[in-house]
Design a protein around this ligand. Structure first.
Ligand code: FES
Length: 109
């Protein structure tokens, strides 16, 4: 499983196959900034410092354009780690959240 490291918070999670950065963090009990979680708003936009991600679902250029991709930005709500990745959230908050038993069961924990 690829690892997801979030800086500057120094938080780490493991991403399952087909799991987005946001979902891997949520499963580990962390809430990074997002709104739609469908690649439609850009609220989660962050810098991919290291590693590679893939997008199993198309991401519109209006949300993440070619120049932003070339500059190293990604959409963590849709980005699925292919390798170990480091994502920079900058000053955006990363909050610890409780992971409910139902969610953990649903996700196979
Ligand atoms: S949360 Fe809307 S694009 Fe990621």
């Amino acid at each position: 499983m690829p690892s997801v490291t979030v800086v500057p918070h120094d938080v780490r999670a493991e991403a399952r196959t087909g799991e987005s950065v946001v979902d891997a963090l949520r499963r580990a009990g962390w809430r990074s900034p997002y709104r739609c979680r469908r690649g439609g708003c850009g609220a989660c936009k962050a810098r991919l410092v290291e590693g590679r991600v893939r997008y199993a679902h198309p991401v519109a250029d209006s949300v993440l354009d070619a120049a932003e991709r070339a500059a190293g930005l990604c959409l963590p709500c849709r980005a699925e780690p292919v390798t170990d990745v480091v994502v920079d959230l900058g000053p955006a908050p990363l909050r610890a959240v409780l992971v409910s038993t139902a969610l953990a069961d649903e996700e196979g924990r």
